[in-house]
Design a protein around this ligand. Structure first.
Ligand code: UD1
Ligand code: CA
Length: 452
């Protein structure tokens, strides 16, 4: 039978004290509701519908690329009312899985087992030391579920129950259509509770069963920024554990942040305070030093990145050494064995195999061949204030320190440029170019002396 998913995301999130709707607050750089959508998608459901309310424009804008139907719940009259808003876009039959937009870390596996194992009405429940605030699972003497009672409506006895409703439920859509109109709001909060469908299912003689996640954090929601931080840390711990299981050495699992789709090969080492963002592919035997930030980049095998280097949209082929304090900007491509040292910035540039740019240099809009040596303090002057121009350094070129390469300019294969030159014209292959004031000696010159 087809599975459909409804994600409840209309709640206000007052305790976040934010102008951003709660479900858009990020965990690992991604809005919470997007985590839920992505997890739901792994179940290959026939549809995913998001019920939004507060901050509607922002939620719609954030999910514009997610390609999921959005349904508005103009007034937040309770979880039952929220699900009712989605009924018109759901088919007559099939099964419905209800998720919350502020519960970001549920594992796909847990949901899969839960949905596949549920016949009638399924409730994902957990046993908590401190169940305060949650709806309690009420069972009869034969341990059969008879209902859910909310904290505010519970008797003193019911408050002792430690098994709680996580809010995640699975049910036949046909039955739900029967139950929804029967929900009332005669309760302590004056809300239409989705949880009241449990008693209705029991009345209908439909089996009501509970399943449990492996970990409590999978069903923890976010109501304030403390809980947000706690789930962020949990997510990061999960990522560090995943990488270590894959054969990566993580020097301190509590000081690594992964925000995106990140793969790291075996025998690579991640030092403390490394941040990996976006789509990052790191090969085998790669060492990443303390404090490096790597975003949307591909790094080949055996690369060594020394501390405090920042890479964005960069490609590093393999066997390279980078940093410390290097910056690779979008379009930087280091071929096999190329080296980029401290305080070097590279943008939109190819650096050929075995070439070295080791100290205090800016390489922008350039093509550098193989085995080129770029001396300290060299600058590609790529920008005239309006247009950008390319610099080409062919194979085996040697650029002396503190050279300004005024683009567009080409230095031919095997040519040498003397230190301190300002190169405005192409340098022919194999020749030496020097473009600087000639040194002279003024004999007998005296320093000025202080006048009385
Ligand atoms: C709900 C459950 C409770 C469960 C708890 C788990 C009900 C009546 N109670 O309580 O049994 O233990 O979750 O966290 O279902 N929402 C809407 N529209 C609304 C109301 C809520 O979209 O009108 C969304 C919220 O954005 C949130 C979710 O539904 O994502 C849960 O709402 P919340 O108010 O937090 O429910 P609880 O009172 O915590
Ligand atoms: Ca809640």
């Amino acid at each position: 039978m087809d599975l459909h998913v409804v994600i409840l995301a209309a709640g206000q999130g007052t305790r976040m004290k934010s102008s951003l709707p709660k479900v858009l607050h990020p965990v690992a750089g991604k809005p919470m509701v997007q985590h839920v959508v992505d997890t739901a998608r792994t179940l290959s459901p026939a549809s995913i519908t998001v019920v939004y309310g507060h901050g509607g424009d922002q939620v719609c804008a954030a999910l514009a690329n997610a390609d999921v139907p959005l349904v508005e719940q103009a007034e937040q009259l309770g979880t039952g009312h929220a699900v009712a808003q989605a009924l018109p876009v759901l088919p007559e039959t099939g099964r419905l899985l209800v998720l919350y937009g502020d519960v970001p870390l549920t594992r796909a596996d847990t949901l899969k087992v839960f949905c596949e194992g549920t016949q009638g009405l399924g409730i994902l429940t957990v046993h908590l030391e401190n169940p305060t605030g949650y709806g309690r699972i009420v069972r009869d003497e034969l341990d059969r579920i008879t209902g859910i009672v909310e904290q505010k409506d519970a008797t003193a006895d019911q408050l002792q129950i430690r098994e709680v409703n996580t809010g995640i439920m699975c049910m036949p859509i046909e039955a739900l259509r029967r139950w929804i109109p029967q929900l009332g709001n005669q309760n302590a909060q004056g809300e239409y509770y989705l949880t009241d469908i449990v008693a209705l299912a029991v009345q209908d003689g439909l089996p009501v069963t509970a399943a449990h996640p492996h970990h409590v954090w999978e069903v923890e929601g976010v109501n304030n920024r403390l809980q947000l931080a706690a789930l962020e840390r949990q997510y990061q711990q999960n990522q560090a554990e995943r990488l270590m299981t894959d054969g990566v050495t993580v020097l301190d699992p509590a000081r690594l942040d992964v925000r995106g789709d990140v793969e790291v090969g075996p025998d690579s080492v991640l030092d403390v305070n490394v941040v990996l963002e976006g789509t990052v592919r790191i090969g085998r035997n790669v060492t990443i030093g303390a404090g490096c930030v790597i975003r949307n980049s591909t790094i080949g095998d055996g690369v060594e990145i020394a501390p405090y280097s920042v890479l964005e949209d960069a490609t590093v082929d393999g066997g390279n050494s980078i940093g410390p304090f290097a910056r690779l900007r979008p379009g930087a491509h280091l071929h096999e064995g190329a080296k980029v040292g401290n305080f070097v910035e590279v943008k939109k540039a190819e650096i050929g195999p075995g070439s070295k740019v080791n100290h205090l240099t800016y390489i922008g809009d350039a093509t550098i061949g193989a085995n080129v040596n770029v001396g300290a303090g060299t600058i590609t002057c790529n920008y005239d204030g309006v247009n950008k121009f390319r610099t080409v350094l062919e194979d085996d070129v040697f650029i002396g320190s503190n050279t300004a390469l005024v683009a567009p300019v080409t230095v031919g294969k095997g040519a040498t440029v003397g230190a301190g030159s300002v190169i405005t014209k192409d340098v022919p292959e194999g020749e030496l170019a020097v473009a600087r004031g000639k040194q002279m000696t003024i004999r007998g010159w005296q320093r000025p002396v202080k006048q009385k």
